[in-house]
Design a binder for this molecule. Structure first.
Ligand code: SF4
Length: 110
């Protein structure tokens, strides 16, 4: 697939995800993954229960279409180590999803 096709596909999926979140999909926003043990548990659930299921990924990772603040820290995708700025994309291997910079999930990391 060329870059243009891949970018159009990302755009469509980003819109679909945005619509799901705006439509009230309830995700596991809390607790945030504050320890490596919690990160490991959530990642293990993504591997076991979500795999390629988009809704399960969003629910388990605790996606929001707004920035969540935890422990006095804003946690938007745009400051997360997994965020690819030029592609507006989350490169966490268990997620691999197009996102918006102001979105957030509980696996946020700097
Ligand atoms: S891991 Fe980071 S870039 Fe990916 S959705 Fe969560 S906050 Fe956004």
């Amino acid at each position: 697939m060329d870059d243009q096709a891949s970018s159009a596909q990302d755009d469509r999926l980003r819109e679909d995800i945005g619509a799901m979140l705006a439509g009230g999909l309830e995700t596991e926003v809390w607790p945030r993954a504050e320890t490596s043990q919690m990160v490991n548990e959530i990642v293990a659930r993504l591997q076991k229960d979500a795999q390629d299921d988009l809704t399960r990924k969003l629910v388990i990772a605790g996606f929001t279409d707004y920035t969540v603040e935890a422990d006095d820290l804003e946690q938007p995708c745009e400051t997360c180590m997994y965020y690819l700025m030029h592609r507006r994309f989350c490169a966490l291997p268990e997620l691999m999803l197009p996102v918006e910079p102001q979105w957030s999930c509980r696996l946020w990391r700097i």
